[in-house]
Design a protein around this ligand. Structure first.
Ligand code: ADP
Length: 477
């Protein structure tokens, strides 16, 4: 089975979010399986670390037509951790600071997608499946059928499109069909490529891809509703027979409390009492009173409305009447940074706020906190809640998207669960569930320890997730 993953980023070469994680970890895990050859193509950005650039081997170059432009496309190669990574090099498009957000992103990724399909014969790698990701590569399933079907072997290639973020769809002027792809207006005029008067790449890809996935089963259902579908819900409903959700994994080698170099003391399920040492040291580091007998709530996040922190701020004064501590690490919107900083100044015995991006402190918060707060308004998958559970830190989440699929809320009748959840996106319910969690922490440590054990025993490895992808690839063939 030959699989080509194509995307705008892949860790550890270049990463701005979850997409980069997936394109780094999934092929590595797929290639551990028998008879699978998964490779990756991405742009050769300026931001790729120099030590990788030094390893990159120049394979060949060609020219790609982007409308009337005749553009150079160099092909570089790095073999890394059992995976062949290919890079498309063009200094004009990719030798810039940053990955996205340029006025000509449409032209840059129109070039990239056409370059991918034009170099495969010369690479001598004609895949069984091309797995494309997000709008930057969503036109590949279209181009494969409408522009490059004449290439030997191409009619047999099947495609899978994964939606990591439905918010960005690649909406362009209809004239760019000809100007960037040399395609006629026919499919725009009959409505296939059109959405709200724009040429919409993601919509086009959804129609042409043989299968569609998103990063959790619940989010796969949610995006078929007007509330979460960002205008594409009716298209997704129409395509629902080919749509499914697969939860991302986390790198269980990096996020492992037994090995994590940033922790004050390593621990595992067997030695979970050593988690307390991490809690006491964390309190000391962030300037909170050092106390074992108070529930320490951790937050590590982008501080945005998506992550639901307005609900927390709304109730914070009341919550701080209880015996409870907070450590908050994040950056984001000013109102949240200032809001949490205000509480740190005014309640120094209960709240520590660190406005920063700090991987070391993040790990210490996963390791040292008792409860991890993640009340996202929407969450396609979410990684932090999985990391928290792996560190025996019980997540309290809004039960939507990937949070619903990965956290099983505490059931007081059976004592089962791996965290806590609230259903209605309302600060009252968040406070209510947080109060119950605090009560359980203070009154019933035995029940708490059971939840902690359940959480730490969950399997969030990529090996499980990649098996699900592999099954889908097989279904396509
Ligand atoms: P999203 O990708 O929507 O921001 P995820 O939960 O999928 O949310 O992933 C967020 C990742 O970024 C987690 O690994 C989290 O630990 C990390 N992170 C977020 N904010 C910070 C920060 N201020 N410092 C360190 N790590 C952070």
């Amino acid at each position: 089975m030959k699989i080509l993953l194509v995307g705008a980023e892949a860790a550890p070469f270049i990463k701005t979010g979850g997409l980069g994680d997936v394109l780094g970890a999934l092929p590595k895990s797929l290639n551990k399986k028998k008879d699978v050859d998964a490779r990756v193509i991405l742009p050769y950005y300026k931001g790729i670390p120099q030590h990788f650039k030094d390893q990159a081997e120049d394979l060949f170059y060609t020219y790609v037509d982007v409308g009337w432009r005749h553009m150079y496309a160099g092909v570089k190669h790095i073999y890394f951790e059992n995976v062949h990574f290919y890079f498309i090099d063009n200094e004009y498009y990719f030798n810039r600071d940053g990955v996205y957000g340029f006025y000509d992103d449409g032209e840059r990724f129109a070039f990239f997608q056409q370059a991918v399909l034009e170099i495969l014969p010369q690479l001598e790698f004609i895949p069984d499946v091309i797995h494309v990701n997000d709008y930057h590569t969503a036109m590949i399933p279209v181009l494969l059928r409408e522009k490059y079907a004449w290439i030997d072997g191409y009619p047999y290639i099947n495609t899978l499109l994964t939606i990591h973020n439905i918010e960005f769809q690649g909406q362009y002027d209809p004239a760019t069909l000809g100007e960037l792809f040399n395609l006629s207006m026919d499919k725009y005029n009959d409505g296939t490529f059109q959405q709200d008067g724009c040429f919409n790449w993601l919509k086009s890809g959804l129609i042409y891809a043989n299968k569609i996935t998103t990063v959790s089963p619940t989010y796969a259902k949610e995006i078929q509703t007007p509330e979460f579908g960002k205008g594409l819900d009716s298209i997704l409903r129409a395509q629902s027979s080919k749509l499914s959700g697969i939860v991302n994994g986390i790198d269980t080698e990096i996020f492992d409390p037994a090995k994590d170099e940033f922790l004050f003391k390593n621990y595992s399920l067997k030695t979970v009492k050593d988690k307390t040492i991490n809690k006491l040291e964390l309190q000391k580091q962030v300037g909170l009173p050092v106390r074992e007998d108070v529930m320490l709530v951790g937050i590590v996040s982008r501080l945005t409305y998506q992550k639901g922190f307005h609900l927390v701020l709304e109730q914070m004064k009341e919550i701080l009447n209880w015996d409870i501590q907070f450590v908050i690490l994040g950056t984001g919107y000013k109102e949240f940074e200032e809001g949490f900083s205000w509480f740190a100044e005014n309640y120094p015995d209960q709240v520590a706020t660190i406005i920063n991006f700090n991987l070391e402190l993040a790990q210490r918060i996963y390791g040292g906190s008792d409860l991890f707060l993640m009340p996202s308004a929407f969450e396609p998958c979410g990684l932090s809640q999985m990391m928290a559970m792996r560190y025996g830190n019980l997540p309290l989440v809004h039960e939507i998207g990937g949070l619903k699929d990965t956290v099983s809320p505490y059931n007081p009748l059976t004592g089962e669960g791996t965290g806590f959840g609230f259903k209605s996106f309302d600060s009252y319910w968040l406070k209510d569930v947080l109060a119950s969690a605090n009560l359980l922490y203070n009154r019933d440590q035995e029940a708490w320890k059971k939840l902690q054990k359940n959480a730490m025993e969950q399997d969030f490895s990529w090996d499980t997730a990649s098996l699900e992808y592999l099954n889908l690839y097989w279904e396509l063939n």
